[in-house]
Ligand binder design. Structure first.
Ligand code: ATP
Length: 297
């Protein structure tokens, strides 16, 4: 009995781990399976870092042979800093995130974490250091507590509640009929897009990764929800190397660097202030969003 119990328990753990790493990723990257062409190098190193820098060095990439999606893209996010990427739909913004997570390899140039080409790192150790807040978060048909704890299954109740507070979710949860025990998901309470994104932020806070990828939802949020997400995002980005894929420029005015990507090329780069002063495409987009706040791009 004991012998049977251990492997079953272990299998359950493995299943949960696999499911955990796949669901949000699959949702974000539109993939349900790992890309079979990506494998660990025989000499793959284990990434161990508390504060990682990220750099893209002359990166070229296309999903197929015919079409280049990224052209000579270079940037650096120093450890603990925030870089935001903006640009029209199809510009290649999410592709940057997929390359950093190593769902695909760059075809030219390199992606580096702490100066090491990520092809020289084990995939597991790389991904263990990256938290992802996708546009659309998968919720399980379980309690909201379980859905947050999923970020780190061994987290204590205090840790889950602390993460929920930082993610600006705690007050919302406490006014639910069963508080943290309220069932959510398809067969429970439906959460709004903004609430789901805050669940993803709370999960990411529990995982406590050195690198964060935040893919801002394109759907328009009411301003209360947007403010709550902004506050939560600031919390999650604190002291972490953060890549934000943004649709609303109002959420990234504090980024250390903003790059405007169009057709896979960096067209403009700088801080919010310097880009506004330059009076180019970013400044025009800003003007447009100020006049029509519901327009996303
Ligand atoms: P959005 O703001 O709409 O999310 P994006 O800037 O994030 O757009 P990407 O998702 O990076 O754009 O896609 C860039 C281009 O690559 C698009 O033209 C898209 O159709 C194409 N693309 C994305 N994923 C794949 C794929 N798996 N296979 C082939 N082409 C793809």
């Amino acid at each position: 009995m004991v012998q049977l119990f251990v492997p079953l328990n272990f299998l359950g753990f493995v299943y949960r781990e696999i499911r955990r790493s796949l669901t949000d990723m699959a949702k974000m990257f539109g993939l349900l399976e790992k890309n079979a062409s990506i494998s660990d190098a025989p000499t793959a190193q284990t990434l161990t870092t508390k504060a990682a820098s990220v750099s893209f060095d002359h990166v070229q990439f296309g999903y197929g042979e015919k079409r280049r999606i990224l052209n000579d893209v270079s940037f650096e996010i120093p450890a603990g800093r925030k870089l935001a990427v903006v640009g029209p739909s199809g510009a290649g913004k999410s592709t940057l995130a997929r390359l950093l997570f190593r769902f695909y390899d760059a075809q030219g140039g390199s992606v580096r974490v702490d100066g090491v080409d990520i092809r020289q790192l084990s995939q597991d150790s790389l991904r263990a250091h990256i938290g992802v807040v996708p546009q659309d978060t998968v919720l399980f048909n379980d309690t909201i507590f379980y859905n947050i704890q999923y970020g780190r299954p061994d987290a204590s109740r205090e840790e889950v509640e602390h993460a929920a507070r930082l993610a600006h979710l705690d007050a919302f949860i406490r006014q639910l009929p069963d508080g943290y025990e309220t069932a959510v998901g398809e067969r429970g309470l439906k959460l709004s897009g903004g609430e789901k994104q805050r669940v993803a932020i709370a999960r990411a806070l529990l995982k406590n990764p050195a690198i964060m990828i935040f893919d801002e939802a394109t759907s328009s949020l009411d301003s209360g929800s947007e403010q709550a997400i902004l506050g939560a995002l600031r919390e999650v980005a604190q002291r972490r190397t953060t890549l934000v894929i943004a649709h609303r420029l109002s959420t990234i005015t504090d980024a250390d660097e903003i790059i405007l990507l169009d057709q896979g090329r960096i067209q403009e780069r700088g801080t919010h202030e310097s880009l506004l002063a330059a009076g180019g495409a970013y400044a025009r987009l800003w003007q447009m969003q100020q006049t029509h706040p519901t327009e996303e791009k």
